[in-house]
Every structure is written in structure tokens, then in C-alpha cells.
Design a protein around this ligand. Structure first.
Ligand code: ADP
Ligand code: G6P
Length: 470
């Protein structure tokens, strides 16, 4: 892209919409989306609209309740929403219908008419709020994730003709699964109201395009463009990345107690396998613990010589499938520890809470194996964070599920099928024994790739495409 073109797109105000608003004041706790978006906003200025964490209970009329806060060049707009309706939208349609569907879990999908109604009403509320905040039709609008699929359609209904882009942070299912939802035609019609639809990987992109073809009998050309109801729509993949340098710096400045814990293990000759995730059924957490137990059975030399640390933060606890996965995981950890632990060695350490990012970075660096084995994942930023956190002179090894979006880019990790427990156990054993030369070669290649495809490149390429320059 030429310098002049870059400047042309940068001159347009950026308007970002996501369900959850990032905390611009304290980005130390933020993950990929929040950091990527906040950087873009900090550079060029703009507006970020999201749901407020304050709700109202009584009918407060139809006018949107928005609290706008200005922080330098950025305006943060928090939209207050009705509590009951928000719950049907967030716990209901977003996380009990779309999340399981898009993660290939038809068995967990719940269909309720009230979920869909609330989903559409909340999106209409977002649209009304946003329409009142736009400064003209030159604003570039960038909408994020599955909570807000109908937002462009609602905005178009209000007469908004701006360029609107959508990025889906999670995977897109193949058409045979997608059409299992009775609402699939509506969802596709909604997606075709965007100018640009961005997916994480080539697999998701192909699934999306085939789902459009199956549903609407229209196809995409070789550049990913199509025309639907007289509108041009472009679909592309934009794999999301992380800010590699800042994560590496955090990992290098690990907290004192993390360093002491790591020194203690070094002295005892103990190696650490680490997993870091939200406690979500898509992450395959019980399977990972079973794979660790199989490691101890198939490779008994690792008894008392390896520990598995799983940090799993609480998430979406009002949704029943999440309560179930929590008890299942606790039972699995308990039974493995019951079988193997002795006074001097706890095989699995399981922490059910969020850990500050700087601490997390230090823990990833202090672990010889990063175990990232989701059953399905849009990208999985932890895989990239694990690579960024390593000491390049003595790096650990990433064991990565083939069903994480990150596997498309991170071929030099040990790629595994998370459903094949013995295969995962053997890959962990291989990682624990891998010679330094092979570890540094694999890590060097991975680090180069995540540095090239970082958060800045993700947002630059998406916004250039949205501005019609990509
Ligand atoms: P998802 O978006 O499905 O949660 P990702 O791996 O793509 O999965 O992103 C998760 C982000 O949240 C990462 O930046 C990761 O470091 C962070 N994270 C996950 N679990 C924890 C935890 N227990 N404590 C702190 N941060 C966490
Ligand atoms: C995934 C989704 C995000 C979501 C995040 C945390 O990364 O793609 O949209 O914000 O999980 O989930 P939560 O429900 O807590 O926002």
C-alpha cells in the first residue's frame, strides 16, 4: 500500500463496536481484541461503543442511555441496556445458540424464540445509539464478533450508508452444521449487509463462503467478492495477532515469586507443562488433563519429574454448559491427583481464576511445554503468547491442537489431534525431551511468523481493506 493511500484511510474517523468495552486506562489486563483496537484508536483517534456494565431494570423509554468518556483522542461510549433483555441476548442467543453452533457443538445449541428476539432488539438498540454518534458518512465502522452480526442490517435500516466492516473472532462452521440453525438464512442476510466480512483463517473463510453459497445460491469470485441485493461484499481472512514485543518484555520482567517458583523447580529437576484458558468447553480442558495422565502411564519416567499447571478463568457462569464443564474438570483433576500425588509432588495444579497479564507472561516463560489443545478455537492467542514469552536462547515447546485457528500459521509447533489422547501424551513426551537445537530452530521460525503477523498488521490490513485500499 502506498504512503498516500495509508494516510487517506487514516484520516477517516474510526468507529469500533464490540459487546465488551476494553479498559483503555488499564490495558495490562487486556487480550488481543482490546489491545489491537485500542492501539488503532490511540493512533488515529475515534470512538468505541460497547455495552455498559450498568443495566436498567424498568422500562426506561426508547432513547439510548449512553455514557461517553473522552480519553485523549479516544471517545469511549458505554451503552446501558435492559437487564433481562441483555441476559437473553448474551447468555441466551450469543452464548447458548451461536457460540456452541460456531464451535461445532450442535449438541449444546439451545433454540428459544425469546433469545433471538432479544438478540435482534439489543442489536437494534446498538444501531440507534451508534447512528446518533456518527459524525457523517466518512466514519469507518468496524464491528466485532458474533454478538453483533445483525448490526449492519439495523444500521442500514436507519439509513447509514457508511463503509461497515465485520470481524468474526471465533470459527465459522461448515455449511452442514450452519444450516442446522433455523435462523441461518437471516444470519447470512445480515452478514451480507457488510462491505467487508473478515474471518480468522482460510478454513473459516471457506466455510463462510460455502454457507453463503448453500443458503443464497450466490458465489464469491477469486478475490473473495460477491454481489448481494445490489451491494458489493468482500470476504477475506485476517488472522489476528498479538503485540509480540510488549508481551516478551512482560515475560522477561517476571514477578519475583514466579522466578522463585521456577528456580525451585529447576533445583528439583521438575519440568512444567502449562495451560491458560477461559474455562470453556471448546478448550478441551478435561482431555488435556487425561492426556497428562496418559503421559504418566505411557512414559513413567515423568512421574515426579513433570507437573501440569492449568489456569482456567471463570467465564459465562450463568450458562449451564459452563457449570457442567467446571464440575467435570474439577472431578478430572481430583481423580488424577488422587491416583498419582504423593507428599512431595502434586501432578496437576489447577487455578480457577484470572491471573494478571504480567504474571501470566512470566508463568508461560517459566514453563517447558505450552499445552494448547482446544477442540475448536477461532485463533487462540495463548499459543502466540506462549511463543512470545519464551527465552530465545532456551525456549519451551508448543503443543498445539490442529483445531485451533493458530495451527494454520504455527506449523513448527507439535501439532496434535486433541481427541486422540495418546497422541497428545506422546507429543508432550517429545516436547519434554526435545534437544536445545531443535527447540531453538522451531521457536525461531514461530517467533518470526508471529512477529510478522502481529496485532498491528491485523488491524492495518483489515482497515485498509475496509477503506477500499486492500
Ligand atoms: P478466548 O478468546 O476464547 O478466550 P484466546 O486464547 O484467543 O481465547 O484469548 C484469551 C486471552 O485471555 C489471552 O490473551 C489470554 O492470555 C487471556 N487469558 C486466558 N485465560 C486467562 C486467565 N486465567 N487469566 C488471565 N488471562 C487469561
Ligand atoms: C472470545 C470472544 C470475545 C469475548 C471473549 C471473552 O474471545 O470471541 O468476543 O469477549 O471470548 O468472553 P466474554 O463472554 O467474557 O466477553
Amino acid at each position: 500500500m502506498s504512503e498516500a493511500k495509508q494516510n487517506a484511510s487514516d484520516a477517516r474517523r474510526l468507529v469500533v463496536v464490540s459487546n465488551r468495552l476494553g479498559n483503555i486506562r488499564d490495558m495490562s489486563q487486556a487480550g488481543g481484541l482490546a489491545v489491537g483496537v485500542a492501539d488503532a484508536l490511540a493512533q488515529r483517534g475515534g470512538l468505541w461503543l460497547g455495552a455498559s456494565d450498568e443495566y436498567y431494570d424498568s422500562a426506561a423509554g426508547d432513547e439510548p442511555l449512553i455514557r461517553v468518556e473522552r480519553l485523549g483522542k479516544i471517545e469511549m461510549a458505554a451503552l446501558a441496556l435492559p437487564r433481562e433483555e441483555y441476559s437473553l441476548y448474551y447468555n441466551g442467543y450469543a452464548n447458548s445458540t451461536l457460540w456452541p453452533l460456531f464451535h461445532y457443538r450442535l449438541d449444546l445449541v439451545k433454540h428459544q424464540r425469546e433469545f433471538l428476539q432479544a438478540y435482534r432488539q439489543i442489536n437494534a438498540r446498538f444501531a440507534k445509539a451508534l447512528a446518533g454518534l456518527l459524525s457523517g458518512n466518512n466514519d469507518l465502522i468496524w464491528i466485532h464478533d458474533y454478538h453483533l452480526i445483525p448490526l449492519a442490517a439495523e444500521l442500514r435500516r436507519l439509513g447509514v450508508g457508511n463503509r461497515i466492516g465485520f470481524f468474526l473472532h471465533i470459527s465459522f462452521p461448515p455449511p452442514d452444521l450452519f444450516v442446522a440453525t433455523p435462523d441461518h438464512e437471516e444470519l447470512i442476510d445480515d452478514l451480507l449487509q457488510y462491505d467487508v466480512v473478515g474471518l480468522q483463517t482460510e478454513t473459516d473463510l471457506a466455510n463462510f463462503r460455502r454457507s453463503v453459497e448453500t443458503t443464497n445460491s450466490i458465489s464469491f469470485d477469486i478475490k473473495g467478492a460477491t454481489e448481494a441485493k445490489g451491494r458489493a461484499v468482500l470476504s477475506r481472512s485476517f488472522p489476528i495477532g498479538i503485540d509480540v514485543d510488549s508481551f516478551a518484555r512482560m515475560a522477561n520482567d517476571a514477578a519475583e515469586d514466579v522466578q522463585i517458583d521456577s528456580m525451585r523447580r529447576q533445583i528439583l529437576g521438575l519440568k512444567q507443562i502449562i495451560g491458560v484458558d477461559r474455562l470453556d468447553y471448546s478448550k478441551g480442558l478435561p482431555g488435556r488433563m487425561q492426556a497428562f495422565a496418559r503421559l504418566l502411564e505411557r512414559h513413567p519416567e515423568h512421574e515426579r519429574a513433570a507437573t501440569y499447571l492449568q489456569i482456567a478463568s471463570p467465564t459465562r457462569e450463568e450458562v449451564s454448559a459452563y457449570a457442567e464443564i467446571r464440575s467435570q474438570l474439577e472431578a478430572t483433576a481430583g481423580s488424577i491427583n488422587g491416583k498419582y500425588a504423593d507428599l512431595a509432588w502434586t501432578p496437576i495444579r489447577y487455578i480457577h481464576r484470572a491471573v494478571p497479564r504480567s504474571r501470566l507472561a512470566g508463568l508461560l516463560r517459566a514453563s517447558q511445554v505450552g499445552l494448547v489443545a482446544p477442540l475448536r478455537d477461532g485463533m487462540n492467542l495463548v499459543a502466540k503468547e506462549y511463543i512470545a514469552a519464551q527465552d530465545p536462547g532456551d525456549p519451551g515447546v508448543l503443543v498445539l491442537s490442529r483445531f485451533a485457528g493458530a495451527a494454520e500459521e504455527l506449523a513448527e509447533s507439535l501439532i496434535v489431534n486433541p481427541y486422540a489422547v495418546d497422541e497428545v501424551a506422546d507429543a508432550i513426551a517429545k516436547a519434554l525431551k526435545m534437544p536445545l537445537e531443535e527447540r531453538t530452530a522451531r521457536h525461531g521460525a514461530l517467533l518470526k511468523r508471529i512477529s510478522r503477523n502481529d496485532a498491528a498488521e491485523w488491524r492495518r490490513s483489515f482497515l485498509a481493506t475496509l477503506a477500499g485500499e486492500g
